[in-house]
Ligand binder design. Structure first.
Ligand code: 6PG
Length: 440
């Protein structure tokens, strides 16, 4: 095992923390020295910040690599960069893998979920290592090759998009209890803990309960009360929303979550708005069971939109991504691991998804039939009491849209034809390129 860092001085400290592994590892004071010391075919894993640092590391390594060597980028890369790198390295005989790794710090120590894309022979070579470090679900490693070039990083991006949506849904439910019912964080924590024992069981619900029960050592206040309500983002959630639109989709719960983070950063404007607009949040009377049902329905829609996006990207790029395998890979180790993922994997394995829509599969359609009334009551109550619930609202609008065989885009088509003679399809004859009886 060989190790190098851009800052050579960090290597001894890194090895000092490696415990028994350190005896098997050799530190080097640069990528070139490391590559020179390794026997071909080399297998090199890059763990650097996504973006230019990855290109810089590849450029530094390339003169020292030989055909047949393996390079794996395990950062949160933009899948378009991964495709570009795979295309550039392929002709030079370098086998490139773009690997999405999820699990945060806990995952890094106890096993992450691993989503790979790229050269199958390179993956086969790395499988023993990847499966050894991956999280396990009922003994099965959460690590898979999900397609060529950028497929793994695309799956990781969508994972993060779903992560954004799920976190936003949880924050909205928290907000309704906190600001709509005046309950203290420590009193809300047990609600999430209870939900975590049911169909909502998941890592994010579990940590939400823990976060809400924590007190700030300096002040004794609930930790959430000492945190500025302005959320950061490194970009993967936004990429998911952008890619969805580029694919002619709309992952609206994810877009809502990305947008909510952006709005949150306009703290000064929100404070000014509080005075100028004069809207006052009022009480929300909702039973906990409604919030639980709303969250479940919202989560199902977020997953469904994410998987729909994976299908669209896989079709466009010819990746052949196995969506059941994606769901299986997400069952443990990753941030969005939840009880639903085993059922999602089963739904894809059964292939029983009318029109490819997860929300129409028997298991999830049943969940939605049960949960949508609660989601509707929650969104309605929140709207009447002036509590913004962008992700819950987006989920409801999607579910309602998908439940109407006849919508309102007939009017959009008429308007387009009116001002631009864009033409429409007649329902009665099926004829395309038809025009309305307007002048011009
Ligand atoms: C994971 C996380 C991890 C990270 C993301 C999101 O799966 O382990 O998604 O990749 O937390 O980068 O970070 P932001 O919220 O800063 O975009």
């Amino acid at each position: 095992l060989h190790v190098a860092n851009r800052t050579a001085a960090k290597v001894p400290a890194f090895l000092a923390e490696a415990g028994p592994l350190a005896a098997r590892a050799t530190g080097h004071d640069g990528l070139a020295a490391m590559a020179a010391a390794m026997a071909a075919p080399r297998a090199i894993i890059l763990m650097v910040d996504a973006g230019p640092a990855v290109d810089a590391a590849i450029d530094a390594l390339l003169p020292h690599l030989a055909p047949g060597d393996i390079l794996a980028d395990c950062g949160n890369a933009d899948f378009r960069d991964t495709r570009r790198r795979a295309a550039a390295l392929g002709p030079r005989g370098i086998r490139f893998l773009g690997i999405g790794v999820s699990g945060g710090e806990e995952g890094a120590r106890h096993g992450p979920a691993i989503m790979a894309g790229g050269d199958p022979s390179a993956w086969t070579a790395l499988v023993p290592v990847m499966e050894a470090i991956a999280a396990r679900f009922e003994g099965e490693p959460c690590a898979a090759l999900l397609g060529p070039d950028g497929a793994g990083h695309f799956v990781k991006t969508v994972h993060n998009g779903i992560e954004y949506a799920d976190m936003q849904l949880l924050a909205e439910a928290y907000g309704l209890m906190r600001h709509g019912q005046g309950r203290a964080p420590a009193a809300i924590a047990p609600v999430f803990a209870r939900w975590n024992a049911g169909r909502l069981r998941s890592y994010l619900v579990e940590i939400t309960a823990e976060v809400l029960s924590a007190a700030d050592p300096a002040t004794g206040l609930p930790v959430v009360d000492v945190i500025l309500d302005s959320a950061g983002q490194k970009g993967t959630g936004r990429w998911t929303a952008v890619e969805a639109l580029a694919l002619g989709q709309s992952a609206s719960t994810i877009e809502a979550a990305v947008g909510a983070r952006s709005w949150s950063s306009e703290k000064a404007a929100r404070e000014a708005g509080e005075a100028i607009l004069g809207t006052r949040r009022t009480r929300v009377d909702l039973p906990e069971a409604d919030l639980e049902g709303a969250l479940l329905a919202g989560r199902i829609v977020a997953y469904a939109q994410g998987f729909r996006l994976l299908r669209a990207a896989s079709d466009l790029h010819g990746w052949g991504t196995d969506l059941a395998r994606v769901a299986e890979t997400w069952r443990a180790g990753c941030i969005i691991r939840s009880a639903l993922l085993a059922d999602i994997a089963a739904a894809f394995r059964a292939g029983d998804l009318p029109e490819g829509q997860l929300i129409l599969s028997p298991a999830f359609a049943a969940d939605l039939r049960a949960g949508l009334p609660a989601l509707r009551r929650t969104v309605a109550a929140a709207a009447l009491a002036a509590h913004p619930v962008p992700a819950l609202s987006a989920a409801l609008a999607f579910a309602d849209t998908m439940a109407q065989g006849r919508g309102t885009t007939d009017l959009i088509q008429a308007q387009r034809d009116f001002f631009g003679r864009h033409g429409f399809v007649r329902l009665d004859t099926g004829a395309a390129g038809q025009h309305g009886p307007w002048a011009g």
